[in-house]
Ligand binder design. Structure first.
Ligand SMILES: Cc1cc2nc3c(=O)[nH]c(=O)nc-3n(C[C@H](O)[C@H](O)[C@H](O)COP(=O)(O)O)c2cc1C
Length: 192
């Protein structure tokens, strides 16, 4: 049993994130390596700036939105982050959503689908590895990097090229392998 959550990181009006996320969801369902695939849209979650008084590793959450977010992330065995590049980095809403929690992320692999202009979001993808490894997540080197994302998006739809389709399949193959390999660590007592 592997549950994949695909987190759409961008939240601004007019964003292309849902189009990219929708394509990743289709690919993941067709891939078939995960028993469940869910799209998690940070815009719909609408989390405020992190407002918990205690360190998340204590799990002593005082707000219902944090308890709900904790339950959602706890359900997953693996993630794909669908992430834009903003000013050579990843977007603040994604960092905020990560910072709310601690043990919920641990021992779970994450595939990075980044997009932007000429860099294809690769600077944002490199930057987030430092953060997710601190939470004992395993970011995969196999990734999808989409340059000049606007050329692939029409409204809510993304039309991929062969390179993107193939990269997504390779990334999902590895994500499933890592989700399975890390499962014993996820069932053990959470580490500090
Ligand atoms: C605030 C902001 C900063 C951006 N900075 C970069 C950047 O540093 N590199 C890049 O390739 N694209 C950059 N872009 C272009 C975005 O990657 C592109 O607009 C993309 O569609 C943003 O994702 P979104 O539509 O899901 O928000 C930036 C866009 C915004 C809104």
């Amino acid at each position: 049993m592997t549950k994949l959550e695909i987190i759409v990181a961008s939240t601004r009006p007019g964003r292309v994130g849902p189009a990219v996320g929708g394509w990743v969801e289709d690919v993941a369902v067709r891939h078939g390596g995960c028993t469940e695939v869910e799209l998690v849209d940070l815009a719909a979650w609408n989390l405020p700036f992190m407002n918990e008084p205690n360190h998340p590793r204590l799990g002593q959450y005082t707000h219902q939105h944090t308890r709900d977010w904790s339950a959602k992330i706890s359900e997953a065995d693996a993630f794909v982050f669908v992430m834009p590049e903003y000013n050579f980095g990843y977007n603040a809403e994604l960092k905020n959503a990560i910072d709310y929690l601690h043990g919920e992320w641990q021992y779970k692999p994450v595939g990075l689908v980044s997009y932007g202009g000429v860099s294809a979001g690769t600077r944002a993808a490199q930057m987030i590895k430092q953060v997710v490894t601190t939470l004992k997540m395993t970011p995969l080197p196999e990734a999808v990097s989409i340059p000049f994302v606007g050329q692939f998006v029409n409204g809510d739809e993304l039309t991929p090229n062969d390179v993107m389709d193939s990269a997504a399949k390779t990334m999902l193959d590895e994500l499933v392998r890592f989700a399975s390999a890390l499962a014993p660590l996820r069932t053990a007592a959470p580490a500090e």
